[in-house]
Design a protein around this ligand. Structure first.
Ligand SMILES: NC(=O)c1ccc[n+]([C@@H]2O[C@H](COP(=O)([O-])OP(=O)(O)OC[C@H]3O[C@@H](n4cnc5c(N)ncnc54)[C@H](OP(=O)(O)O)[C@@H]3O)[C@@H](O)[C@H]2O)c1
Length: 260
């Protein structure tokens, strides 16, 4: 399917590995020009090189931290008029009992999973609206639909972002700018395996036992390939997806059992 976005300029953050890298690859396959960000330049350059080998798209690689305003400014300087913005914070969530979350941690999680994305949206959306095309996708987590114990910090920040976006979308859709949120379940990335090792250690059990437990709870019976997230994001950025906005789309192999 031709997604109708050949030559569109796309920014993807946290793009050297995992879900962000998969989004970058899927957008490159659709013919987009890419500007990518992650903190470590080595793996980011390697990702850009691999994407160029696979698709012929030469991505700009900007080393920086998504949560740092001056680094986001560098990203925007490299791509001042993006048509597509994929806000993937990349920041790994660590379980913390509610009572132990400090004020600084609340601020950190809101910066990582809400304010940084809002800042980029505020910079990019007006230009998209003026030019009559914009696609923004925020990377969240399926658990915002069924919050888990010990993740109040992460859920609160991600839900605040979804709430802010829901309000903005009504202003922007008339000018062909959409904002949607992707809510992945268990995807086979480094972050997932680090999390599962952490769960095993805290639960005094083995990594293999935790993997089996998670797979038992997933009707699809497997962890997803990151490309299954990248291709969904590329579709949400397509010309064809211009009527769909403000949605929180779960992609989790059937774990979430709610209708809406
Ligand atoms: N994998 C899953 O099952 C899953 C499910 C739901 C939601 N998520 C969410 O999706 C996001 C990506 O997860 P993933 O599984 O793709 O992780 P991953 O495979 O560990 O990749 C993380 C990527 O983010 C970059 N990154 C981390 N912190 C960053 C920062 N402050 N600024 C810029 N880049 C940063 C990393 O590069 P550097 O370290 O070089 O910066 C790397 O490119 C996370 O927010 C995670 O909570 C993941």
């Amino acid at each position: 399917m031709d997604l109708g976005i050949k030559g569109r300029k796309a920014i993807v953050s946290a793009a050297s590995k995992g879900l962000g890298r998969a989004c970058a690859l899927s957008l490159a396959e659709a013919g987009c020009d890419l500007t990518l960000m992650a903190r470590s330049s080595g793996p980011l350059e390697e990702a850009a090189h691999a994407i160029a080998e696979a698709t012929g798209v030469q991505a700009k690689a900007i080393a920086g931290d998504f949560t740092v305003e001056t680094d986001r400014a560098k990203l925007l300087a490299a791509c001042p008029a993006p048509d597509i913005l994929v806000n993937n914070p990349g920041v790994r969530q660590t379980p913390t009992p509610f009572a132990d979350i400090t004020k600084d941690e609340w601020r950190h999680w809101f910066e990582a999973h809400c304010f940084s994305s809002l800042d980029l949206i505020q910079h990019c959306a007006p230009g998209m609206a003026e030019r009559g095309f914009g696609r923004i996708v925020n990377m969240s987590v399926s658990f915002i639909k069924f919050p888990q114990v010990n993740f109040a910090h992460s859920h609160a920040a991600r839900l605040a972002l979804s709430g802010a976006v829901a309000s903005m979308t009504r202003d922007l859709i008339g000018r062909n700018v959409t904002i949607n949120t992707v809510c992945p379940g268990l995807f086979d990335t480094d972050a997932l395996h680090t999390n599962l090792h952490g769960h095993a250690k805290r639960g005094n059990t083995t990594y293999e036992a935790i993997v089996q437990d998670r797979l038992k709870g997933c009707p699809a019976g497997r962890f997803a390939d990151p490309k299954e997230c990248g291709d969904l994001v590329a579709f949400l950025c397509s010309a064809q997806a211009g009527f769909m906005t403000g949605q929180n789309i779960v992609n989790d192999g059937g774990v979430y059992q709610g209708l809406f």
